[in-house]
Design a binder for this molecule. Structure first.
Ligand code: SF4
Length: 282
């Protein structure tokens, strides 16, 4: 039986992108190929906020006790190896059981499954079919992979996903691709992989979602979108305000909405911030 290292598993409302407002189970896997320490920082600087948290690691017994951060990756503990012991390795049976427990009617109804991270396509592609084939997952109709768009699909997994939704109008796979612009602090040649993202389109509905702090970021998003389009990307594109904490989010959410309107792009909120203060488990 397959196992997946799980940073968080919780039930909430999807706050971002295409399924904004939809009741959703979030499966946050451990591991990422990026750090995104540039978010919320002046251009060219990287956040060191997590360093002081890591120095106090023995104070935190469970994931939910960890402090939230206002700069860098807001899900740092889902990939930073210093926090790995807070994320258990669970069998796919145990994950299916836990999902059934947290669904409001203990079975799938109109809820959707978000497989997020970390980077969920980094290390667990071979394990997902075991989970999705579990009898307790049979009522599931919609799945979103929240990915940074750099990881190629394993051919067998791609075939599995295509079969999963083939011939069933109620079932749909979505790839929500949060491609990283320079404000993330990641190198462009490693972050922007149009060929990888275009292949996702063959396995499911695929859209791009750029995190934006300034007009310069929005202009970079537009230029980057052109690169994806030139490769054959046909999906929608969202601009979403930076801000894992409310004080940062409220500084620029309206501005980003206005930029999205001006550029003819979609705006994505991050409802988990105003609704739930982006606390763990939301
Ligand atoms: S890709 Fe996502 S999970 Fe990974 S470091 Fe960046 S923001 Fe965090």
């Amino acid at each position: 039986m397959s196992k997946i290292k799980i940073a968080e598993l919780f039930y909430s409302i999807q706050g971002e992108g295409r399924y904004m407002g939809v009741p959703s189970v979030f499966l946050r896997t451990f591991g990422c190929n990026f750090k995104c320490a540039g978010f919320g920082m002046p251009r060219g600087e990287l956040s060191t906020e997590v360093e002081s948290i890591a120095e106090r690691i023995t104070e935190f017994k469970i994931y939910e006790e960890l402090p939230l951060v206002s700069t860098g990756c807001d899900s740092y503990a889902s990939w930073d190896p210093r926090f790995k012991d807070l994320s258990p390795m669970l069998t796919t049976d145990a994950i299916a059981d836990r999902i059934t427990e947290i669904l409001p009617f203990n079975e799938w109804e109109d809820e959707h499954l978000v497989i997020t991270g970390g980077e969920p396509l980094l290390g667990w592609q071979r394990a997902y079919p075991d989970l999705l084939n579990h009898p307790k997952m049979s009522g599931l109709k919609e799945i979103t992979f929240e990915t940074n768009g750099t990881q190629k699909l394993d051919p067998k997994f791609k075939e599995y996903l295509t079969d999963w939704s083939f011939g069933n109008d109620e079932r749909e796979i979505t790839f929500s691709v949060s491609a990283k612009l320079s404000c993330s602090g990641e190198a462009r040649h490693e972050a922007i992989k149009p060929d990888v993202v275009c292949e996702y389109q063959e396995a499911g509905h695929t859209y791009l979602k750029f995190v934006i702090a300034t007009e310069e970021d929005a202009e970079e998003a537009l230029e980057t979108l052109d690169i994806y389009r030139a490769e054959g990307f046909t999906g929608h594109c969202y601009l979403m305000p930076v801000g894992g904490v409310e004080s940062v989010y409220t500084l620029n959410n309206r501005r980003v909405a206005e930029l999205a309107m001006k550029m003819g792009l979609r705006y994505s909120d991050r409802l988990q911030v105003p609704l739930f203060k982006n606390e763990w488990g939301t």
